[in-house]
Design a protein around this ligand. Structure first.
Ligand code: ATP
Length: 214
């Protein structure tokens, strides 16, 4: 397998989609899938799929298509699903509740260990069965538990403060919902800035364009 560094960001960004579709096939006990079938399901071309998989060595399609179980496990491995990553959330508000309540972590092999908040009234409560701790206890908690990912669901104004809080904790990635663009690369921390509102705006734009065309 080629090293991850040689794989383009565009390919890496498509891997979670492959993972989702393959998980579906695997759960339905489907044993083999061709690049053509997978392409039809996903709305991409078969050559795109072959190109993407070739970046990781090809995954051995031989006439009958790919072995679903093998491919699913291989992509899980590449994405780190089997690495047992652990996460904490900072900001025990509504967005935190939505994220913590759904299967978004468990489906991707990430364990949600704890939630932190600066509102003393929230400390001691639970969200989706996960304990909420005072934010002041974050460092101590990370000293006792390996935490890989921090999810920021605090308001935008608290984004920088939250970023500073995680420095020196061993946290290696931030899933940032604050709407404040964060770059922590100088600290060796990867950030995914999520702008939910942007996708809604793109949708509004598309609807508007279509009604203009009509
Ligand atoms: P609620 O009204 O229940 O607080 P909300 O989703 O409307 O929910 P937000 O204002 O978006 O609340 O804040 C999200 C959460 O982030 C809240 O629980 C808030 O107490 C917490 N929070 C705000 N600032 C910080 C901070 N600097 N550090 C940690 N948590 C914070």
């Amino acid at each position: 397998m080629k090293g991850q560094t040689e794989v383009s960001e565009a390919v890496v960004n498509r891997l979670p989609r492959y993972y989702r579709y393959l998980r579906e096939l695997y759960r339905k006990d489907i044993l083999r899938v061709s690049s053509g079938e997978l392409a039809d399901m996903m709305g991409v071309t078969a050559s795109q799929i072959r190109h993407d998989f070739n970046c990781f060595g090809g995954f051995g399609q031989q006439g009958y298509g790919y072995n679903v179980k093998f491919l699913y496990h291989k992509i899980s491995e590449i994405l780190g699903v089997q690495d047992n990553f652990s996460a904490i959330i900072i900001g025990a508000g509504n967005l935190c509740r939505a994220i913590a309540t759904g299967p978004i972590f468990t489906h991707r092999g990430v364990r949600l260990l704890a939630i932190f908040d600066n509102n003393p009234a929230k400390a001691g409560s639970t969200v989706a069965g996960v304990s909420v701790y005072p934010i002041e206890q974050l460092h101590e908690f990370c000293g006792k538990n390996r935490v890989d990912i921090a999810v920021f669901t605090v308001p935008k104004a608290a984004a920088r403060e939250s970023a500073e809080r995680i420095l020196g904790t061993g946290i290696r990635g931030v899933w940032n919902y604050t709407n404040m663009e964060l770059d922590l690369s100088t600290h060796g921390i990867a950030v995914q800035n999520i702008h939910l509102g942007d996708t809604l705006m793109t949708l509004c734009y598309t609807i508007k364009e279509r009604s203009n065309e009509a």
